[in-house]
Design a protein around this ligand. Structure first.
Ligand SMILES: Cc1cc2nc3c(=O)[nH]c(=O)nc-3n(C[C@H](O)[C@H](O)[C@H](O)COP(=O)(O)OP(=O)(O)OC[C@H]3O[C@@H](n4cnc5c(N)ncnc54)[C@H](O)[C@@H]3O)c2cc1C
Length: 381
């Protein structure tokens, strides 16, 4: 069996895990990814990536290929159920199929000499020996454990916060891809609901996320199969033309959006949490994957600086990332409340602020302008 004693062992080969693998290997730090799923897995519909993540993907030499396979946006518009409220410029945002991002991260990791061990489902971790065990009974001693195992992280449950199961946020989201001639990011806002649509390429493929605040009992998988007519029933106050043309045969899914409370710290002993394992958030600012990319890039920088003292690397990471991710978690939740206002006076005030001020564009700009590389470099200096 291979010896990974000088490797950072990464549990989970999602967006956080693959980005961390690339960032570590690029700095010459040995890394190994353990993923429970087999090689071919589906990664959901589409994703938007803003400039705070894109500038890091550029440093990892993934950005150019991603841009070639995505739709590039610099503007967005917001409407109520009936008419347009406002249009504004945004810093660059790329929208693409989730699978495209995953494939590019995976290829880059492999090009850098990375290895992924699939069918490795995390079972336990011996902190004293720094030894990880999988359900297939393989065991490896590592230099450090990086938990990138997503919102249902069992590492978080065991070593960070017991009895804090993910909770239904009160929001459900339909997601799908169809055909339309939409050329920008488009938000439609209504009481207790909103719909975000964007093209993901030049061929007319348009992705939508339609969110509703509702009491709903999701079964264990957190997603349920539905039909186009179920979707239209849920969004009957909107003009159905707001959705791209969907094929009757297409399977649509309604997802429960789950959250967990913020942690005091993203580090414990020789374990570091990254991405959704550390700070799952409601997706209303499109920042969950962007935060996973920022976390991974930042942790790799801290590891490079403190490779002989991982406790120092962890402290630097936790100091810089806890502040940023807690703030984005809160802002994401607030954004849902602003989108879903019902009171007509508050709706009129929100729409006036959106129409006559630069507030929406400026708020996004502040989030998108953040440079995780500069921030970590400043802290490590
Ligand atoms: C409706 C919706 C829309 C979204 N839209 C956006 C968007 O537009 N932009 C954006 O930035 N974010 C968006 N997000 C958020 C984004 O999808 C997540 O934040 C992101 O996928 C988190 O990445 P991750 O790598 O931390 O976790 P995951 O993507 O969940 O990856 C975790 C990985 O760990 C593996 N794993 C789990 N358990 C184990 C185990 N025991 N052993 C080994 N491996 C394991 C899993 O198989 C998986 O591969 C959206 C989320 C939702 C719900």
């Amino acid at each position: 069996m291979s010896d990974y004693r000088n490797h950072i062992g990464i549990i989970g080969g999602g967006i956080a895990g693959l980005t961390l693998g690339c960032a570590l290997l690029k700095q010459g730090i040995p890394a190994i990814i353990f993923e429970k799923m087999p090689e071919e897995t589906s990664h959901g519909a589409a994703i938007s990536l803003s400039s705070n993540a894109l500038r890091l993907l550029d440093r990892l030499e993934i950005y150019n290929d991603l841009k070639n396979q995505s739709f590039v946006h610099s503007a967005a518009s917001i409407q109520g159920p009936q008419k347009e409220i406002s249009s504004f410029q945004t810093p660059e945002v790329l929208t693409t199929r989730r699978q495209t991002l995953m494939s590019l991260l995976y290829s880059r990791y492999i090009d850098l000499g990375g290895v992924i061990l699939h069918h490795h489902d995390f079972a336990s971790f011996d902190v004293a020996k720094c030894e990880v065990t999988f359900t297939n009974e393989n065991k490896y001693i590592l230099k450090h454990l990086a938990a990138c195992d997503g919102i249902r992280s069992s590492i978080r449950d065991t070593f960070f916060a017991a009895n804090q199961d993910p909770k239904y946020s009160g929001y459900s989201a339909w997601r799908g891809i169809g055909k339309s001639n939409l050329q920008k990011i488009h938000f439609a806002l209504g009481p207790d609901s909103h719909i975000v649509s964007y093209p993901i390429n030049k061929e007319g493929d348009v992705s939508f996320v339609a969110v509703r605040k509702e009491d709903y009992q999701f079964k264990e998988s957190w997603k349920e199969e539905g039909s186009i007519s179920d979707l239209l029933d849920d969004f009957s106050t909107y003009d159905s033309k707001i959705f791209p043309a969907l094929e009757d045969s297409e399977t649509l899914y309604k997802w429960g959006i789950y959250i967990r409370p913020p942690l005091k710290s993203m580090i414990s002993k020789n374990i570091t949490l990254l991405g959704d394992a550390a700070h799952p958030m409601v997706p209303f600012l499109g920042q969950g994957a962007c935060m996973a990319i920022e976390d991974s890039y930042s942790f790799a920088m801290a590891c490079r600086e403190h490779i002989f003292n991982m406790a120092n690397a962890q402290e630097a990471y936790d100091y810089v990332r806890s502040k940023r991710t807690k703030k984005i978690q809160q802002l994401s939740m607030m954004q849902g409340k602003v989108y879903h206002l019902k009171n007509p006076i508050l709706v009129a005030m929100r729409n006036a602020a959106m129409r006559y001020t630069n507030i929406p564009g400026n708020d996004l700009k502040r989030i998108h302008d953040y440079d995780a590389h500069d921030e970590m470099q400043m802290h490590l200096a």
